[in-house]
Design a protein around this ligand. Structure first.
Ligand SMILES: Cc1cc2nc3c(=O)[nH]c(=O)nc-3n(C[C@H](O)[C@H](O)[C@H](O)COP(=O)(O)O)c2cc1C
Length: 397
């Protein structure tokens, strides 16, 4: 396993002559398994082109805080949340001053302020600039904030001077980034999680759905990411915030969710089916809004594809966890589901009580696998998710 497998590194490239070395830094990070996105400052763009950085990172380069399209979806906040770590290499004296004084004057400085991710800076500048009281003072301020500073190398500089200020070696920078991450139980694992309530249209304005909020699934997404996994989140109707570090795909109906899962399943190590998917959907969706009249309205429903079962039938099936929301004979029904669907574990969710299961913040579940049963007592969905994963990892990985 590579030390940066599935890690999201946001690389800031600012206006130092050594910005031409940024592609090499991207390559070294990718060699260690990282996914890299780049923010290029205005100064940085004088020394290296967006095209070069885009080609090497294989991602669109971000450079403008005032990008109308990106900011429609609060692009700078999304980038801030996407990052597992922010690296600024090279860091110019100007960008250093922005960080020290907490400015949000361009995209890079705004993202830094908006992100909870660890920050590493690699300053690069003329030796006299580096030794100046202003830069030394800014470095001191930055060091006091738990930001990692990669000291520049000493030697011959582009301007002809000799002294400290050369950008540190790309391999060393990548190694220091890798040191920030310790491998965790799910490092390198690809996990697909479905969540939320499916939405089955009756006519253009009405639909059949259920009370699932997606909170249990989202707690699993968050915990899997914390444990180092790369998560694909396929969501229907949800009452909770998406995790920007996951790859998020919306699929509202059972049919769309089935398609999205099947398109993404081949690369997955684990599939967690947490979505509350309708077993049936209207056979015909009325083209126009159904008009009110005095007669009974007959709605003919047809069975939906069974996502969990179809995943379990795949010749190279991932490890699978299903959820069983039951109101009657819960344990018996959940055991039956485990057997019939052929999945590795079932999480039984007894939803007969008003304060358990669907659309609430707490839950009480039973973890079931072929020869194992463990009750997880009532607690928050975040803690339930943590416990489910703990048991699953112990039993299956
Ligand atoms: C030829 C040239 C080379 C420069 N090299 C550096 C450098 O190595 N380090 C640095 O801090 N500033 C350097 N500067 C100054 C920065 O590019 C300038 O302060 C710029 O505004 C930085 O913008 P940014 O921090 O937004 O990227 C250089 C300027 C020029 C014209």
């Amino acid at each position: 396993m590579k030390p940066l497998t599935n890690k999201h590194i946001l690389l800031g490239v600012s206006g130092s002559i050594s910005a031409y070395k940024a592609p090499d830094i991207i390559r070294r990070l990718q060699d260690l398994g990282a996914k890299v996105q780049v923010i290029l400052t205005q100064g940085g763009a004088k020394f290296i082109t967006e095209h070069a950085l885009q080609s090497i990172s294989q991602n669109q380069v971000h450079s403008n805080l005032w990008d109308k399209k990106a900011e429609l979806a609060m692009g700078h906040i999304q980038l801030a949340k996407w990052a597992d770590l922010i690296l600024i290499a090279p860091t110019s004296a100007n960008t250093l001053a922005n960080i020290a004084s907490g400015k949000a004057c361009d995209l890079l400085s705004s993202v830094i302020l908006a992100s909870a991710a660890p920050l590493i800076i690699a300053p690069a500048m003329n030796q006299q600039m580096f030794k100046s009281n202003a830069v030394s003072g800014n470095l001191k301020t930055i060091a006091s904030r738990n930001i990692t500073i990669i000291s520049p190398d000493d030697g011959a500089q582009a301007c002809g001077d000799i002294g400290p200020g050369r950008l540190a070696d790309a391999n060393n920078i990548a190694a220091i980034v890798a040191q920030q991450f310790h491998t965790t139980e799910l490092t390198g694992k690809n996990i697909l999680i479905t969540l939320g309530a499916s939405v089955e249209a009756i006519d253009p304005v009405r639909y059949i759905s259920n009370h699932s909020s997606g909170k249990m699934g989202m707690a699993l997404v968050n915990n899997c990411i914390e444990l180092g996994a790369s998560v694909t989140c396929i969501y229907a109707n949800i009452q909770t915030e998406l995790n920007q570090r996951a790859s998020n795909i919306q699929a509202l109906s059972a049919k769309k969710m089935h398609k999205a899962v099947m398109e993404n399943i081949s690369k997955q190590d684990i599939f967690i089916s947490c979505a509350a998917v309708a077993d049936f959907s209207p056979k015909n969706i009325a083209k126009d809004k159904i008009k009110k009249n005095a007669d009974d309205l007959k709605l003919i429903l047809k069975p939906n594809p069974d996502i969990l079962q179809d995943v379990c039938k795949l010749p190279k099936k991932p490890l699978t966890i299903g959820f069983a929301a039951e109101t009657k004979n819960p344990l018996e029904n959940a055991k039956l589901k485990l057997k019939n669907k052929g999945c590795d574990a079932i999480i039984l969710n007894d939803v007969s009580g008003a304060d358990f299961g669907l659309n609430v913040d707490e839950n009480e579940v039973v973890f079931l696998s072929q020869n194992y049963q463990q009750k997880i007592a009532k607690t928050s969905k975040q803690k339930i998710a943590k416990k489910i994963l703990e048991i699953f990892i112990r039993k299956f990985l």
